[in-house]
Design a protein around this ligand. Sequence first.
Ligand code: SF4
Length: 220
Amino acid sequence: MSLEALYTQIADCRACPRLVAWREQVGQEKRAAFRNVEYWARPVPGFGDFGARILVFGLAPGAHGSNRTGRPFTGDASGDFLYPALYRAGLSNLPTSTHKGDGLVLHGVYITAAVRCAPPGNKPSPLEIRTCAKWTEQELAFLGNLKVYLALGQIAHDALLGYHRLRKSAYPFAHGSEYRIGERVLLSSYHVSRQNTQTGKLTAAMFDGILERAKRLANS
Ligand code: SF4
């Protein structure tokens, strides 16, 4: 199976009833600013460089962000922070991403998330995270050159530990924490959410430092 065929399977997934209901409800009700836009309202597969050495691993689609656009981190405040940072780090060709087919090309980076459907309150349940791990496993199976997992936030960090069947207590999350996992390194950052970036918990300078560290690990 190709990665494109896997994307089709992911986009048809309805395994989590609560998330299916929420993603579709949001897509029907819409935010006023997007009332004339057709929402994607389906699972959001990953995208990027299939030869990537760095995996950017997020939490879940934003209700009016990638649940609307169909591309991870596109169309909301998280993406407004992440994509310029990737561009500054030389990891993409454009400083923004607004929709699929906008010309954005990632260099050495692939982006996906622990959960592929928008959850109410941005909070997936442990069962929903475990259920969606089957798609993480299948996406990552195509990315044989990965050297760095860049987890955005504790839920993403813990989901990657779960993927490797590792105990959370032995690998606690912290901003800037690093753990070697086999041939790869798990590097973690505070999530690029508006809640963190607008309060100064995560600044552009802090995140630039994380991306520089990810690049060094990827090239070591
Ligand atoms: Fe399927 Fe993942 Fe969406 Fe659950 S969160 S319905 S497993 S794509």
